[in-house]
Write a protein that binds this ligand. Sequence first.
Ligand code: GUN
Length: 292
Amino acid sequence: MKIIDGKATSAAIKAEIAAEVAEMTGRGERAPFLAAILVGHDGGSETYMANKVKACEACGFGSSLIRFDEDVTEERLLAEIDRLNKDPEVDGFIVQLPLPRHIDEQKVIEAIDPRKDVDGFHPINVGRLSIGLPCFRSATPAGILELLDRYGIETKGKHAVVLGRSNIVGKPVAAMLMQKAQPGDCTVTVCHSSTKNLKEIAAGADILIAALGRPGFVTEDMVKPGAVIIDVGTTLVDDPTRKSGKRLSGDVDFDHVAEKCSYITPVPGGVGPMTIAMLMKNTLLARNGKIY
Ligand code: GUN
């Protein structure tokens, strides 16, 4: 069994991006610029944001963090999005999710100019992804494909089973894996809360992607010997042995599954760090006008 090291891969990607940015700025060109909007003070979102700002610094990008209080109106938020859409110095921006309940999340996503939607959440980018056109790809699934690619994992003709149908991970990773491409060219099954024989389907997977947000859900009996296991789960669970009293748990029972599979991503240090690396990659693509 081999551990897929997302932390090291993410660091390598950021170093590649930093080298390209150094070349750009050396030619007198402006560095890429990523803006981020954060509403409220959700602990998880604060951590994501701090990591994104750090990654921008590591890549040589300019960045700005725009904060709003929890009670900001939808109108004010939409006005800020309009301003960023029009700002020629901003190559891409994201609105950190989830948003407070009084704000219509879909309306906010659709207000973002698809050419600056480096999260790849706008229906234009999602639609383009599904028919194989150039687009900004959602960062977490793009990070999963990048890991499969960089570890030289053959995907053509393989049965990929995706557990979870979220708009951010399950649906886009299924779309990416079924594309006629390497990585890709898989036969894809998507399982969700209404799937009847989920365990049997998972046990038939050559590549199993767990994105349910249910700690330890994937047990040894649900894994085919030699399968590739990608764990997207990141749930904070109680752990009295830790100083903080908490630890991050994946969707896979790592200790038991690891012995049975060919490759596995750990939590933390697997898919998580790749998300930010791919966001940086999307921002570089936005700066270079490589998509639109
Ligand atoms: N919340 C959790 N993950 C993400 C992400 O990748 N992008 C945004 N905008 N919000 C998130």
